[in-house]
Design a binder for this molecule. Structure first.
Ligand code: FAD
Length: 328
């Protein structure tokens, strides 16, 4: 039985998702300096070499033959399960990203283990906490040590593990004895957001709400976000009204984000939305209703029509960038 934890890496086949480094940091709380990581990449591919350089990672397991375009929860579970069983990992962790939300429950089911979702604090090896009731309460959880656990990590609650000069070992993961089930296959993959920063890892996020009024008007959010190098998010009302795609949703049932700057445009600040931005640094709200609940938590609140304010803000940011360039 190993004393290490196993992290299932999320990556885009070019680089590790920063959420993976945060999960490694969480795993280091459980098993300091003994974190192993499974990466579906060739041993010399960037995701594997980046994983080896993360502080605390002593072993990288790679599976090179997993077709990235066909990687489903079932195929990942088929590869990770024998690794967990062979090495007796008590803790199998992954980030609470789209990838982790897809893969980890399947893995828990196949391993026959309990799953702890959205783990936000680690007290010791078997005691954790996670937010409940839209982040308004915290549940303290004790896991039974007998079977081990699978856990998803609330990445907003952990800072990324640093890098080390002494990379961990990189080895091929054992071949699974069973072929992956064929009942699930990837039909198509679509990504949205273009070249903008990833919503869940972005340092700045601009969120558009129902106050935008239409999908055409929501384009203003994209323009403004691009002007300040921010990711774009949306409230559920904006998603439901088809102003923005579903994966942009921020909140209890959307993405949990922790940017240093959040700007909400025409967002009322419903409790379910605020659950997603609890760890944000500076919260800026622009809303024409002075009684909007978002002003109760905003660090900077502007009671104004967003359509009047946005062009002026954009010009001001543009001017500031130009001034910086001239000085530099
Ligand atoms: C179980 C459950 C889960 C949910 N999960 C989520 C979630 O994950 N994320 C989420 O966001 N919501 C979630 N919701 C929905 C949530 O309760 C709210 O309905 C939603 O957040 C409202 O979105 P909004 O602020 O864009 O819309 P509204 O509440 O309609 O607010 C629009 C705001 O825009 C302002 N406005 C209008 N015009 C302008 C203008 N020209 N200039 C400036 N301001 C203007 C208005 O004053 C208003 O405050 C959930 C609800 C439930 C029941």
């Amino acid at each position: 039985m190993t004393q290490a934890s196993l992290v299932v890496a999320d990556h885009d086949h070019h680089h590790l998702n920063p959420a993976t480094a945060k999960t490694v940091a969480a795993a280091s709380h459980l098993t300091p300096n003994a974190v192993h990581i499974w990466v579906s990449a060739a041993p010399d591919a960037p995701p594997a070499t980046e994983a080896a350089q993360l502080a605390g990672v002593t072993q990288v397991w790679t599976t090179a033959d997993l077709d990235p375009e066909q990687a489903t929860a079932t195929s990942v579970a088929t590869h990770v399960t024998p690794l967990v069983n062979e090495h007796g990992y008590h803790h199998v962790l992954g980030p609470n990203t789209t990838f982790g939300k897809d893969v980890l429950p399947r893995l828990a089911a196949v391993l026959g283990r309990p799953m702890v979702t959205d783990l936000s604090e680690i007290f010791d090896t078997w005691r954790y906490s996670r937010p409940i009731y839209a982040g308004n309460a915290t549940a303290h959880i004790s896991a039974a040590s007998a079977s081990g656990i699978v856990a998803s990590i609330r990445t907003a609650s952990f800072t990324e593990a640093g890098t080390t000069e002494q990379p961990g070992c990189v080895s091929a993961a054992p071949e699974p004895t069973n072929a992956p089930p064929e009942h699930a296959r990837v039909v198509t993959r679509q990504s949205s957001g273009g070249n903008r920063p990833d919503l869940q890892n972005a340092d700045r996020v601009v969120v558009g709400g129902r106050g935008l009024g239409s999908a055409a008007n929501f384009e203003r959010v994209f323009e403004f976000a691009d002007a300040i190098g921010a990711a774009v998010g949306a409230s559920r009302a904006a998603v439901d009204a088809d102003y923005a795609p579903n994966e942009f949703q921020v909140g209890q049932t959307g993405r949990i984000i922790a940017p240093s700057l959040y700007i909400g445009l025409g967002v009322s600040g419903a409790i379910q939305h605020l659950a997603g931005i609890k760890d944000a640094g500076t919260i800026v709200a622009i809303n024409n209703d002075p009684d909007a609940p978002i002003f109760e938590i905003a660090d900077i609140g502007l009671v104004a029509d967003l359509f009047e304010v946005l062009p002026r803000l954009q010009t001001a940011f543009g001017a500031a960038t130009t001034a910086q360039c001239e000085v530099g």
